[in-house]
Design a protein around this ligand. Sequence first.
Ligand SMILES: CC(C)(COP(=O)(O)OP(=O)(O)OC[C@H]1O[C@@H](n2cnc3c(N)ncnc32)[C@H](O)[C@@H]1OP(=O)(O)O)[C@@H](O)C(=O)NCCC(=O)NCCS
Length: 222
Amino acid sequence: MKKLVIVGGIGNGAVALSTVVDINNSEDGYNTWEVLGFLNDSEDKAQVEGFPWLGPIESSSMQRLRARKDVYFVWTLFSTRLRQDMAGRLLGLGIEREKWATLVHPTAVVSRFAEIGQGVIMHAQSSIGPAASLGDHVQMFNQTYVGHNTRVGNYSFLANGAHVSSFVTLEEGAYLGMSCAVREFVKIGQWATVGMGAVVLEDVEPHTTVVGIPAKEINRRG
Ligand SMILES: CC(C)(COP(=O)(O)OP(=O)(O)OC[C@H]1O[C@@H](n2cnc3c(N)ncnc32)[C@H](O)[C@@H]1OP(=O)(O)O)[C@@H](O)C(=O)NCCC(=O)NCCS
């Protein structure tokens, strides 16, 4: 079994763990991963579903784990602020790209003509079409859909039920809330946020938040 450390904690960390368990119980992925535990900066050092807290993200225990050839990592964070912060810290951790595990749930549907980066998590019943691509550290939650010829940038996050049409571009770090829909050929700028239930018909500027049907901007960060 390959050893896995989940960077994250209660909440999304447990969701990642759940997908790992399903992979391990599947015919194709039978016993692929041995989960060693969780790395996070939590002050209460909580276990997650009985798996131990291994230490803060920048710590000597992280450095020991990083030095081991048999240990892989996956990173799972939800909020845009935390993901943006972590994207910067990831480089500093010095983990080789191939040591970021890509986890694809056994019920996910991946076109054989799609490309998937390192550190990606595709949860249950997520789906990606032909000629589409997911950058590194993209998270697709349950029942999300990425249409053909759509490009999803590094660190993007698709919450449950988000549907993205074809020929769409999600730039780095884009966040799509639950059950939103994005029309074909639209571009979502980097670290932009689409609110739950929104229907996006036009391009979204970087670092902005849009909500509603049709989606309209509610604020913009510097
Ligand atoms: C869009 C979002 C990020 C905005 O959060 P926020 O910046 O804290 O904004 P607020 O809650 O202060 O709301 C600001 C305004 O937008 C409205 N609004 C917020 N979210 C909305 C949404 N999804 N659709 C329509 N209107 C929304 C609020 O009613 C409020 O309107 P008002 O100014 O007229 O009172 C958030 O509401 C959202 O949709 N998050 C996604 C949640 C999700 O999908 N979670 C998945 C977990 S796996």
